[in-house]
Each structure stands twice: as structure tokens, then as C-alpha cells.
Design a protein around this ligand. Sequence first.
Ligand code: FPP
Length: 248
Amino acid sequence: MTSYPSINLEKLPQHIAIIMDGNGRWAKGRGKLRIFGHSAGVTPVREASELCAELGVKYLTLYAFSTENWSRPKVEVDALMGLLVKTIRKETKTLMDNNIRLHAIGEIKSLPQECQDELAEAIEITKNNSRMQLNLALSYGSRWEIIEAVKKAALAGEDMKNFTAEILEKYLETTGMPDPELLIRTSGEHRISNFMLWQIAYSEIVILEKLWPDIRKADLVQAIEIYQKRERRFGGVEAVNSLQNLKS
Ligand code: FPP
């Protein structure tokens, strides 16, 4: 039993992915610098993590910094990296309190050294936590991920002439994780923005109109309710719970 009676725990997504969008507009609307919006975006990161852990969602993936975000003004990139370092340091306790394991996907080696070190430390401290895995997508781009996966497969000596989806999945950043059943994007934008292109093949997409800094647990509960009312057919004609059920 959880504090969210409107959610059917039997039909809970195992993996939720979120494109956190609208920080800049949120700040602009208040006559502030964009970084003010990113700072205000930390509260919903905490709320989303706590909610998913409370409900029993096993994986939560947050799109925190894309490969394309490197083209933003240096002052914004530096401020975002600083915020990440500060937040990871400060929130490691929240992760421990909620038994959440931290993981990062993306080209982590392209992040500033301080950021890499902070991430590595938090990942090490939380590695035995088992209630949920929080994936931070950092310097992440799906096209980059897929190309890297193909290169890694070739280098590992996989049979490239008989290449399969299963082989590719072994080399994706998300290897071993279920695909997200639910993808949420905030700020009313209807775009995928190079996020988990392979993994969201059958995901249900829920767009929330609110800007990310305004998102609270109740908004995410609403997104899960919308997801639970949808009928998932995976290209077939009848409702199916998961792609595995369809295959078997
Ligand atoms: C998109 O809004 C948001 C980002 C690129 C950064 C997300 C970062 C945070 C929420 C800060 C904290 C995160 C963690 C994981 C500690 P935007 O800047 O594209 O907004 P706009 O579309 O209104 O310009």
C-alpha cells in the first residue's frame, strides 16, 4: 500500500524516462538568468526520485544534459556542471535514505573532471542500494549511443554480418535495463530530442504542460495515471502488458 491510491501498482511502469524541459522559460518568466531555472529544477529531480522509489518503479532515467547542450553559452554550461557537482554532493544522502542506486549514462569522460569525480564517488557510495536505480543521462545523445554500441560490438568481435537487436542492446548504455514503458516530457513540447531513440520504440509518451521547475509529485502521479489508462498493443490488435508477453 502506498499513499497514491489512484495508481494501480499491478500496472506500474518498471522504467520511467523524463525529458526535463522548461527551466530556461521558467527563469525568463521571472526576469532571472537561465541558471536560476536549472537550480529550481533540482526540487522536482528529488520529488521524481522519491516518488518513483516510494511506488516501486525500478528505473528512473532523467535527461540532465544532452550532447547538443554543449553548444549553449559557456557560462550556462559551466553553471550547469557546477550545479550538478553541488547537487550530487548534497543529494547523496537523499539517495541513501531512499535506498536508490545512482548510475550515469552518456559520454561521461567528456564532463569536467570534478563532475566525473563527484559522480564516481556517489555511484560508489550508493552501489549496494536496491530499491531503485536513478540514471542520470549526462552528455548523452541517442545517436552517439547507438554509434558507440555498434563500434563496441565490432571491436568485441561480434558477428557483424548477422547483427541482431539483442547484440546491439548488449552494448547500449542501458544494457540490462528494461526499456522505459513511460516517457514524460514537460513544458508542452512534443519532441524526442535525441533521447533513448532505441529504447522508446514502444514507450507511451505523456506530455505535461507545466515547466520542469513547477513539477511536483502530483504531476508525475497524473502522468502515471494517464499511462495506466492507455491500451498498449505493440503493433498488434489486442492490449498487451509488455513486449515480452507478446513474444511469448
Ligand atoms: C532543460 O531546460 C533542462 C536542462 C537542459 C537541464 C536539466 C537540469 C536540471 C533539472 C538541473 C539539475 C539536474 C540534476 C540531475 C541534478 P531548458 O534549459 O532547455 O529550458 P527551455 O527549453 O525553457 O530553454
